[in-house]
Design a protein around this ligand. Structure first.
Ligand SMILES: [Zn+2]
Length: 184
C-alpha cells in the first residue's frame, strides 16, 4: 500500500522476497512436471493481488504440437479463463526462466503488473538478455521485472535436462556425436 512509513516499506519488501521464493518453488515443481512429461522443464504461475494462484503452466510444446505452448502462455490462458477476463490487471507471473519475445509480449497483452523470473536465458530472453520488452517506450503498458529468484535452482534444472538430452543423443548416434557441443 502506498503512503506507508519507510520501516513498513522495507518489511513488506522482505515479505515480498520470501513470497517470491515460495512461488518460485511452486514454479520449479511445475518445471519438474514438464520434465516428467518429456518436455523442456520450465514452469510458470500467475497470482492475483491477494496472492492466490489463479494460473499454472509448464512447457508443453511437444505434447500439444503447439509452438506457443510455453509455460507462461499456458499459465496466462488458465488465469484469464479463470477470471473470465483477458486482462490480468494487478497479477504477477512467476516463471523459472527468462521469458522469450512471445511471452514477454503476451504479458503486455495481459496487462500483467509484475514479472518474476529465475534464471536468465542468454539466447532467447526478452527482458535483459536481448533488448527489453518490459518497458519499451513504444508500447502502451509496462510491467516491473524481478530477476534472479532461485536462479541457481532454475538454471540447474534446465542444464541437467539438456545434459541428459545430449548424453542420450550421443549414445544413440555414436559416430555423429563429435564437436557438436550444444547450447544450454
Ligand atoms: Zn516463451
Amino acid at each position: 500500500m502506498p503512503g506507508k512509513s519507510a520501516t513498513k516499506k522495507s518489511a513488506s519488501a522482505v515479505n515480498q522476497e520470501a513470497g517470491d521464493s515460495e512461488y518460485m518453488e511452486q514454479a520449479l515443481e511445475l518445471a519438474a512436471a514438464a520434465e516428467l512429461a518429456g518436455e523442456v522443464p520450465i514452469g510458470a504461475l500467475v497470482i492475483n493481488e491477494r496472492g492466490d494462484v489463479i494460473g499454472r503452466g509448464y512447457n508443453r510444446t511437444r505434447m500439444d504440437a503447439d509452438p506457443t505452448a510455453h509455460a507462461e502462455m499456458v499459465a496466462l490462458r488458465e488465469a484469464a479463463w479463470r477470471i473470465a477476463n483477458p486482462r490480468l490487471t494487478g497479477c504477477t507471473l512467476y516463471v523459472t526462466i527468462e521469458p522469450c519475445v512471445m511471452c514477454a509480449g503476451a504479458l503486455i497483452q495481459a496487462r500483467i503488473a509484475r514479472l518474476v523470473y529465475g534464471a536468465p536465458d542468454p539466447k532467447a530472453g526478452a527482458l535483459h538478455s536481448v533488448p527489453s520488452l518490459a518497458a519499451h517506450p513504444a508500447l502502451n503498458h509496462e510491467y516491473t521485472v524481478t530477476a534472479g529468484v532461485r536462479a541457481e535452482a532454475c538454471s540447474a534444472r534446465l542444464s541437467e535436462f539438456f545434459r541428459d538430452c545430449r548424453a542420450r543423443q550421443a549414445s544413440a548416434t555414436e559416430p555423429a556425436a563429435n564437436e557438436n557441443e550444444q547450447k544450454e
